[in-house]
Design a protein around this ligand. Structure first.
Ligand SMILES: NC(=O)c1ccc[n+]([C@@H]2O[C@H](COP(=O)([O-])OP(=O)(O)OC[C@H]3O[C@@H](n4cnc5c(N)ncnc54)[C@H](O)[C@@H]3O)[C@@H](O)[C@H]2O)c1
Length: 250
């Protein structure tokens, strides 16, 4: 039921953080993975994950540039032998700053990566998935898909959009056998949260808000991603699954 052996997966932003752990988990579970990332670090991913014989491919590309996005998708698809069963739209960025100090350029970059690239990649993948009558699209939302957050207006707007985009695409593509779902990580121990974890005022406030009384790990997210990528979730679509130690339930 949770078997993804032989499935072909594209994971964006997989050079580090949550994406890297999902790539590692998926290849350990027998999937063939293509990682797309803007960082040169992406070229080290296949060597990092080479404990098994399952294939891992690296594609360097800037998903903010729509030509590069299309080329990266084509390259990943080619490396996967022309098939994609799973797309994880994981690449994302944040800038924490008061709204009054936020530059419109940064606003556009955050919306461009966190929303527009997700829409474009999902459409490219859905063309392939529709042909085969099956597919899994997993979008990375956030607890800020639901909460407003603080000093993160562009990010929470983008992640709110991910929730709506997930529902919209799910409505359109469920009949083609494509499930579109989102994961809402809470406060995770990744470099994205370095500022927060190192803030002597905010860090204890955050910790006090987590019913599980600990920050999340990349493995916490990878388990839910595996569920959403496997046949176990074939009748689950249009949802946002929190992986947040209970934060959204407060
Ligand atoms: N870390 C958290 O606490 C947390 C919480 C909620 C949601 N999320 C979401 O999970 C996802 C992954 O988070 P993370 O903490 O692993 O992030 P991260 O910053 O560690 O990794 C993001 C990856 O995306 C890549 N990337 C950035 N810009 C890119 C671009 N223009 N084109 C291609 N690749 C690009 C980076 O090189 C990096 O490898 C993001 O969508 C994030 O919003 C994270």
């Amino acid at each position: 039921m949770f078997d993804i052996t032989g499935k072909k997966a594209i994971i964006t932003g997989g050079a580090q953080g949550l994406g890297l752990t999902m790539a590692e988990t998926f290849q350990k579970m027998g999937a063939e993975v293509a990682v797309i990332d803007i960082s040169d670090e992406v070229y080290n991913v296949p060597a990092k994950l080479n404990e098994t014989n399952v294939l891992v491919h690296a594609v360097k590309g800037n998903l903010l540039d729509l030509d590069q996005l299309k080329d990266s998708f084509s390259e990943a698809l080619e490396k996967l032998g022309g098939k994609v069963d799973i797309l994880i739209n994981n690449a994302g960025m944040i800038q924490r700053k008061p709204a009054l100090e936020f530059s419109i350029e940064t606003w556009n970059r955050i919306l461009g990566l966190n929303v527009t690239s997700v829409f474009e990649l999902s459409r490219l993948a859905a063309v392939e998935m529709k042909k085969q009558g099956s597919g899994k699209i997993i979008n990375m939302g956030s607890i800020l898909s639901v909460l407003g957050g603080y000093n993160a207006a562009a990010y929470s707007t983008s992640k709110g959009a991910i929730l709506q985009l997930t529902k919209s695409l799910s409505n359109e593509w469920a009949e083609f056998g494509i499930q579109v779902n989102a994961i809402a990580p809470g406060y995770m121990l990744t470099t994205m949260n370095d500022d927060l974890m190192n803030d002597p005022v905010r860090a204890p406030q955050v910790e006090a808000r987590i019913p599980a009384k600990r920050w999340g790990t990349a493995e916490d997210v990878a388990g839910v991603a595996l569920f959403l990528a496997s046949p176990a979730s074939d009748y689950v679509t249009g949802t946002l699954i929190p992986v947040d130690g209970g934060v959204l339930a407060r």
